[in-house]
Ligand binder design. Structure first.
Ligand code: GLN
Length: 456
């Protein structure tokens, strides 16, 4: 099985993988075979998986798709990598992504763009674009991703696969290279909800090495996420937020999403019109909070402690400047600048504190809907299908605006999922997938996976 995928990876042209090491993978595969032969394997033992290059991986380069970490080899495994390894999964390699997970098209990678397997003229989405493309192109049966403002859900949608961002704190951030710590959350990406449930079963859990890991006092952590997959959906109340179907939503995406909603009605659910009035505020709120946290997190890349250091500097300050100017790509530098600006003395109250207050109101909108009206919320993942490669590469605001439907969930810390529900028409050629987003209340992952599985 591992050889099969390694051969497919070697023959593929999507630039989904940044590092492959056949010997390392095959050694893990042999160990898994022995475990299975000894009758000690679990359901995932011997199943290959690939990791977004945001998860540090012992013995492999771990770059966050940045020149800054171009030659960095981690001395330890991220908790997620460790847990999937303990379950007997075989690491196939490290996956391309946007640099430090900042982006929504995978065009911000220092190691080149990834192409969408459905239409190689299209972006795969981002920032987990390599993960989504690898699963869609059958280069891996499953992959890890991270979602700070949509980076699991949106590439899953653009590549026609399934992905789930769990409740914030479910999956350990230990060893996940930090972007915006109050938002970052790891999760699985695979072909089906069932596969995602099996992966999440191994990935989730309390970790004392992550200070924001959910504790057993906060909720049941020892869950089987596959337990409800076969539950019927009769009686399910689906909230349909009007703000997710307004101006700016492409007609082909709307048609595919509405057809999926009708399918859920046939499965016994009812549709309820709801409102999430602060949806449009999620863009300015997120693009203050995320860069603020990023500017702080990325201060550790100073040319001393990790990876890259520029040549030809005069003194320490010059070394910092030259290293950070050459090591970080343009989008990362933009976010560091924005982040330090909004945290400045004198601007902090006007931007950062204000954004934190609006963040709370966005979370309140969801709670009002879940309290009185619905069990889950559904809508599009993104306003359009995957766009043409290069078409927004020099327009950061156009990229930010495309995040409108995924940011609120992240700001509220809620679980959200993307499942494939059909195709829209690409701008030029080919069929480009459409994803349906399913948003649940805190700890609602088993319900989301149940709903997705019934649809699939
Ligand atoms: N597209 C968003 C951004 O650029 C989300 C990224 C993410 O979730 N990692 O920040």
């Amino acid at each position: 099985l591992t050889r099969h995928y390694l051969d497919r990876i070697a023959a593929s042209k999507h630039n989904a993988f940044l590092h492959v090491d056949a010997e390392l993978s095959l050694a893990q595969a042999r160990a898994a075979d022995e475990r299975i032969a000894a009758g000690a394997g679990g359901v995932l033992t011997g199943v290959p998986v690939a990791h977004k290059d945001i998860f540090v991986t012992k013995g492999w380069r771990s770059t966050a798709a940045s020149r800054m970490l171009g030659n960095y080899v981690s001395p330890f495994d991220a908790t997620v990598v460790d847990k999937l390894g303990t379950a007997g999964m075989v690491t196939l390699g490290k996956l391309n992504c946007d640099e430090f997970a900042m982006g929504g098209a995978n065009e911000n990678s220092a190691f080149g763009a990834v192409t969408n397997p459905w239409d190689t003229g299209a972006v795969p989405g981002g920032s987990s674009g390599g993960s989504a493309a690898a699963v869609a192109a059958r280069l891996a049966p499953g992959a890890t991703g991270t979602d700070t403002g949509g980076s699991i859900r949106q590439p899953a949608a653009f590549c026609g696969i399934t992905g789930i961002k769990p409740t914030y704190g479910r999956v350990s951030r230990f060893g996940m290279i930090a972007f915006a710590s109050s938002l970052d959350q790891g999760g699985p990406m695979a072909q089906t909800a069932e596969d995602c449930a099996l992966l999440l079963n191994e990935m989730a859990g309390f970790d004392q090495r992550d200070a924001t890991s959910l504790t057993p006092e906060q909720g049941n952590l020892d869950e089987d996420f596959a337990r409800d997959l076969n539950k019927p959906l009769a009686g399910l109340r689906i909230g349909v937020p009007k703000e997710y179907f307004g101006e700016g939503l492409a007609t082909d995406v709307e048609a595919a999403v509405r057809a999926a909603l009708e399918q859920f009605v046939k499965l016994g659910a009812t549709l309820v019109d709801i409102s999430l009035p602060r949806t449009s505020l999620s863009i300015p709120t997120y693009y203050i909070i995320a860069p603020a946290e990023a500017s702080s997190n990325l201060s550790r890349f100073d040319g001393v402690r990790y990876g890259f250091r520029a040549d030809g500097y005069k003194d320490l300050a010059d070394m910092y400047q030259k290293t950070r100017a050459a090591g970080f790509g343009p989008e990362v530098q933009r976010r560091i600048m924005v982040g330090t600006y909004v945290l400045c003395h004198g601007y902090y109250d006007a931007y950062y504190v204000q954004a934190q207050k609006i963040r709370r109101l966005i979370a309140d909108d969801f709670q009002a809907a879940f309290r009185d009206q619905c069990d889950v919320i559904m809508g599009p993942v993104a306003p359009t299908v995957a766009w043409d490669l290069g078409s927004k590469a020099n327009d950061p605001v156009a990229n930010y605006l495309a995040d409108i439907f995924t940011l609120s969930t992240s700001l509220a810390g809620l679980p959200g999922m993307s499942i494939p529900v059909g195709f829209g028409q690409g701008a030029k050629n080919g069929r480009r997938p459409v994803g349906l987003q399913i948003i649940g209340n805190y700890f609602g992952e088993a319900k989301l996976l149940n709903i997705a599985h019934q649809f699939q």
